[in-house]
Design a protein around this ligand. Sequence first.
Ligand code: 13P
Length: 252
Amino acid sequence: MRKKIVAGNWKMNTLPAEGVELAKNVVAGRGEVCSCVNFIVCPPFTHLSQVIDAVKGSDIAVGAQNCAAEAKGAYTGEVAASMIAALGCEYVILGHSERRQYYGETSETLNKKMAQAYANGLKPIYCVGENLDEREAGKHFDVVKAQIEEVVFNLTAEQFSQLVIAYEPVWAIGTGKTATAEQAQEIHAYIRKVLAGKFGAAAAECPILYGGSCKPSNAAEIFAKEDVDGGLIGGAALKAEDFLAIGKGFAK
Ligand code: 13P
């Protein structure tokens, strides 16, 4: 059985005290949601440690939103995977479209970041997705295929077994425009097929999350699709009530 995951990418939002309160509210309401759902919260680096403390004793996992491509050294402003892991983080988001778009992350960089994540026991949540022009030109399948082949195909079978993939169409991120459940299913099934071409039966165990304007009102319909194993949530993860309500998209 594939893991069901609802992960919150807080992006560059919340001050430490707000983040701690948000995390505590998620813990407090968690019991209303099916225990089958694995919740992950991904705060900014600055309050990872406090959020980890705030969720201690619960089953809420914590992830970082990025890590450095290098192990350590003279890289001013970077945060190493080993530092994140030492705090008690379990996951790290890699290859988010905002990092690809605004910080020039390429497959080459991402291969190094993936290697750092695995070397330090972090499970990557690897993001793929096309932009609007690519979708309108019918190139979305080729775009996600390349993003997977160039990075995920370099993993060992053991590493792949720890991977989470998030399909996030750039045109749906923060726009209020969501992929339809059918569009999500179509490309998730395609992603799984591409993965199966390399990793065989193990592809059936890889959680593939949908991300892009996912909210309480549309989560259940999208999560009901066979190849959608949950969501990577941006805006709606900033309110515990909405984040938990998205988790309720999986029946208790
Ligand atoms: P929104 O849910 O705000 O559209 O963001 C999605 C996202 O980018 C999560 O990583």
